[in-house]
Write a protein that binds this ligand. Structure first.
Ligand SMILES: Cc1cc2nc3c(=O)[nH]c(=O)nc-3n(C[C@H](O)[C@H](O)[C@H](O)COP(=O)(O)OP(=O)(O)OC[C@H]3O[C@@H](n4cnc5c(N)ncnc54)[C@H](O)[C@@H]3O)c2cc1C
Length: 412
């Protein structure tokens, strides 16, 4: 019998996890892990946090040292892109000319920064932040910068802003909506973080877009907002979100709609091909419609789920989504998906910089956003993994024992 070959395209968080968990779970066939970045698989969260701040080094980024792959018999090919999937022949074509056969294929191609097509976007001093080389360049530039403009107040933009402020730069954040991180957090948490950044000394301009980036001699010297205001800058970070890397899948004729469309088993429209991580659009019991999530938890848990299925232990993907963001001295942790809540209650007090927002849709708890309150976050994940049955009154009552509540539910 021919040896089964699982090929994983994309050697980021999700692809790495799928390969590692396959071997861990006893898969005896060949595992190919192919990444186009010229480095070992690494974790991205520190790129906008400790690594950017110079508090951790490159060796802290690697998901595993180089020896791991040889030891686990994972054939890691990096610095080479897959350019074509041949579904009929079950072959992959790589940019280097290599061709590889597969019996099962996992797409873990991640996402890429969205570009802002404004005049001046090509100037020296304008950055995006997704990859290690981008973080290195940004870290170096930040050292000599005194005026920093961050375009887009999402998680990464705000994390970068906090690091830039701590490094002594003047920071201007411009955000086209009126709600920082508004795509994913409640109005309460959005407002709280806007005020926190202002408190740290950043200028936060909401409802403001970027019209153009100004330069002299090829270098950035400022930006002009859609309102016509000019802000000086020697560094501009564009952080307006990402788009899923779904071109390969689309070219191969797979269904694509805000990511590669998969079912609850993470199978694409071709059952021999799966998709996981930032590139996958999947159904979940934690939202009223399909979602595409950009988080380490999602990448890791989907990597494990697909490895289990390909090792003969199929189960639908039903993990509680969770996420974190570190900004200054604030740790935000989100359990569940709070988008679409119609009622929320506070536990704790934002003035103490220690609180959670419990978000409900109707009577059902759908997510909890915690600031410097890890205990609530941990309980929230346990609650959401079952049928929470927690009332808004119980959530808001600080004397109510949430941990006991979660324990009672899991005992039943
Ligand atoms: C700066 C930053 C900070 C973050 N902070 C947090 C955080 O605090 N908490 C959190 O939960 N999440 C955070 N994230 C998000 C998290 O890192 C991602 O959700 C996670 O990396 C997704 O893993 P992935 O494997 O799906 O995608 P990726 O990690 O992007 O990996 C995909 C890989 O596939 C490669 N690839 C694409 N096409 C091809 C091809 N044709 N051939 C070969 N290789 C290909 C890509 O180059 C990439 O290396 C952060 C992300 C960034 C950028």
């Amino acid at each position: 019998m021919p040896v089964p070959v699982v090929a994983v395209i994309g050697a980021g968080q999700a692809g790495f996890q799928a390969a590692a968990s396959l071997r861990d779970g006893g898969f005896a066939g060949r595992i190919l892990l192919i990444g186009d970045e010229p480095a070992l698989p690494y974790q991205r969260p520190p790129l906008s946090k400790s690594y950017l701040a110079g508090q951790s080094g490159v060796d802290d980024l690697w998901l595993r040292p180089a020896e791991f792959y040889a030891k686990q018999q994972i054939d890691l090919i990096y610095g080479d892109a897959v350019t074509k999937i041949d579904r009929g022949e079950r072959r992959l074509h790589l940019a280097s000319g290599i061709e590889l056969s597969w019996s099962d294929l996992i797409l873990a191609t991640g996402a890429g920064c969205r570009l802002l097509p404004v005049p001046g976007a090509e100037l020296d001093g304008v950055y995006a932040l997704r990859t290690l080389p981008e973080a290195d360049a940004l870290r170096q530039r930040l050292n000599g910068s005194s005026e920093v403009v961050v375009v887009g107040a999402g998680f990464i933009g705000l994390e970068f802003a906090a690091v830039a402020l701590a490094a002594g730069a003047r920071v201007h954040i411009i955000e086209i909506t009126h709600h920082p991180m508004g795509r994913v957090v409640s109005a309460t948490v959005s407002r709280f973080f806007a005020e926190a950044h202002i408190g740290w000394g950043a200028e936060v301009a909401l409802g403001t877009g970027l019209a153009r980036i100004l330069g002299a001699g090829g270098r950035v010297i400022g930006v002009e907002t859609t309102g016509g205001r000019r802000i000086p800058a020697d560094l501009v970070l564009i952080c307006i979100g990402v788009s899923p890397n779904a071109g390969l899948a689309r070219d191969a004729g797979l269904a694509v709609d805000n990511g590669i469309v998969v079912d609850e088993y993470l199978r694409t429209s071709d059952p021999a091909i799966s998709a996981i991580g930032d590139c996958a659009n999947f159904p979940t019991p934690f939202a009223s419609s399909r979602v595409r999530l950009e988080s380490v938890q999602n990448a890791v848990d989907q990597g494990r789920c697909i490895a289990d299925r390909l090792s003969g232990r199929p189960a639908p993907y039903e993990k509680v989504p969770w996420f974190w963001s570190d900004q200054g001295d604030l740790k935000l942790q989100i359990a569940g998906i709070t988008t679409g809540h119609d009622n929320s209650v506070l536990r704790g007090n934002p003035a103490d910089r220690n609180f959670s927002v419990f978000c409900f849709r109707g009577a059902r708890l759908i997510g909890v956003e915690s600031v410097n309150r890890t205990a609530d976050h941990v309980v929230a994940r346990r609650l959401l993994a079952g049928k929470p049955r927690l009332s808004p009154e119980q959530a808001a009552d600080e004397s109510y024992d949430l941990r006991g509540h979660a324990r009672r539910l899991s005992d039943h």
